[in-house]
Write a protein that binds this ligand. Structure first.
Ligand code: BDR
Ligand code: CA
Length: 322
């Protein structure tokens, strides 16, 4: 049976690549897309989701989410990574992109979880504001979700601690209070952070092969990733780019590609380490312990990067029903 997914996203170049993977996979039924500010303004993120839906024939609902974090001031959209329009500045045909669900994203999430108890996986690859608002408004949804998979954070495994500050990753520092709320809610969270997403790279050769072999998506992915690849080249001298948001889809489809560690997770919400994610392993007792009594979540610490890249390629080129 296909896994029902609501994809919470700020498209975003890598968000779009992940969304298309979820769409193409025979293991996922993409029931909803909820948008959030981050890589783009909420208007551009939503327009991009609707454009992708129309262009590639997605049937998922699209609901508009938060345009500002819970507590901290909103940062600027990260246009230097994703382009002014969020899709690497490709030309997006002017048009009336219709079909927005009338509900706010967090209400859409609440209603969907209630309508399909135990069936829906939330995959969140942007700021966690919508998820935090949903669980804040109706805490009963925590027991209705099948799984929560998050791209965000960095726990120091494989030497990866941050990409915005030395100790914070973009999706978490963008709304640290929401992230702490989501991590400490008693629902089954798996975090796919920089610890593993920085271990997987789509090189220019890989994207060339995808362009050549994926009739449905190759050219489009090639076009939207020019800006993203340039950013990685300028900033990190890389040939290619890290695979962030698609790693969360990979975990949903093939969790065996990852090794995880378990424990309570907290997020630093202020000061120089704001946005830092910390996993407490083991049950050692301390006189003061803000992790104690919090639910144990899973954090990905290793990935079979070759396996992940092969799976993405195979699905997008439809060599097999994957
Ligand atoms: C995360 O930040 C965004 O730029 C990407 O879409 C990804 O979700 C990586 O830190
Ligand atoms: Ca994202």
């Amino acid at each position: 049976m296909k896994r029902k997914v609501i994809f919470d996203t700020d498209p975003g170049i890598d968000d779009t690549m992940a969304m298309l993977w979820a769409h193409a996979s025979s293991q996922i039924e993409l029931v909803g897309i909820t948008t959030v500010f981050g890589n783009a303004t909420i208007e551009n993120a939503t327009r991009n989701a609707l454009y992708i839906k129309q262009r590639f024939g997605l049937t998922a609902d699209v609901a508009v989410g938060a345009d500002t974090p819970l507590v901290v001031a909103a940062g600027e959209p990260t246009t230097f990574v994703h382009g002014d329009n969020g899709l690497g500045d490709i030309e997006i045909p002017a048009g009336d992109y219709q079909g927005i669900d009338k509900r706010a994203a967090h209400d859409y999430i609440i209603d969907s979880l209630k309508a399909h108890p135990g069936e829906i996986t939330l995959i969140a690859v942007g700021r966690l504001t919508n998820l935090a608002l949903a669980v804040e408004k109706d805490p009963s949804i925590a027991s209705l979700v099948k799984e929560v998979i998050i791209m965000g954070g960095a726990f120091g495994y494989n030497g990866h601690t941050g990409n915005v500050t030395p100790f914070a990753e973009a999706n978490i520092i963008g709304d640290p209070h929401a992230a702490d709320r989501v991590m400490t809610t008693d629902w089954p969270v798996t975090v796919v952070g920089l610890d593993v997403t920085h271990q997987t790279v789509m090189t220019s050769d890989y994207i060339d092969r995808l362009r050549m072999n994926s009739a449905s998506y190759g050219e489009f992915i090639y076009q939207i990733t020019r800006f993203y690849a340039d950013f990685h080249k300028k900033v990190a001298g890389m040939d290619g780019f890290y695979v962030h948001d698609s790693s969360a889809i990979a975990y949903a489809i093939a969790p065996e590609l990852f090794k995880v560690k378990e424990g309570a997770v907290r997020v630093i919400t202020e000061g120089p380490a704001m946005g830092h994610t910390l996993l407490k392993e083991g049950d050692k007792r301390y006189p003061i312990d803000e992790w104690s009594g919090k639910p144990k979540q899973r954090v990905c610490v290793e990935v079979d990067d070759k396996g992940l890249l092969e799976l993405y390629m195979a699905t997008m080129t439809q060599r097999a029903a994957l």
